[in-house]
Design a protein around this ligand. Sequence first.
Ligand SMILES: [Zn+2]
Length: 294
Amino acid sequence: MNRTVKLVVGACCLLALPVLFAIGCGEDTKEAAHKPSPEKAVAMKPSVHEPTPHKAGPPHKPSPDEAIAMLKDGNKRFVEGKSNHPHADAARLIQAGKEDQGDHAYATVITCSDSRVPVEHIFDAGIMDIFVIRVAGNVCDVDERGSIEYGLAHVHTPVLVVLGHTQCGAVTAVTHAIHGTGHALELNIPPLVDNIEPAVRRAMANHPDVHGDKIIPYAIEENIWQGIEDLFMNSPATRNLVNSGAAKVVGAIYDVGTGKVEWLPESKVSDILVKVEANPKRAMNPMASGEGGH
Ligand SMILES: [Zn+2]
């Protein structure tokens, strides 16, 4: 749908990088050709980058499972108060100014705009580590899907995390609207949160004995699955990357009171992908320029 509330972060990068690619830009691109080994990336130490001889082929990045492990380890350090605060120094800034984020960033994360969900902090990550999309309710609508496709296909992150959070105001607002206890919403909010409505209704249908606000935690989880389904339905490029093993999509819930990320079953993502691949209404053409698809 065509909505004007866009909270996608990183628009400048999105605009700038294709230009660099298109004109085969000189010095920066040459430096970016030197990529860290996967082992160095996994180590995730500040200023770890030491140029290695350029090799043909895709950037050396962690595998999807290695990237997930990095996120889990980072969140564990954060929760335990043992954050390393990696990649946050002046050297990293200089590196970021010279190199291609596609050679470094190891995860794409879409999460809510809620101020209690500071993405790099909760994964103990730093500059050029995570390609972040933030939008109220972590919905996967068209702008967010475009950003996700960019994060997976151009920044080459091996994992996408769809990260909901406890006490989500967007999910709560939709729940109250469905219960008839909501209040008037500003012009652009309904087309933003309409992606959340099927998730709330499914949570209510699956848990008929749960009433009132007690349904909200179930709806928050359903909203993550809804986002993944919306993504798979409308992003053949994402499906292809997941089917090929180049990327993984995982769901998770961040607890704003403890800092802990609860990782949801990967098998559920696989189930959604199988369901979408059997749906004749799924988009088929991965590229914007081709025919067919929608
Ligand atoms: Zn939220």
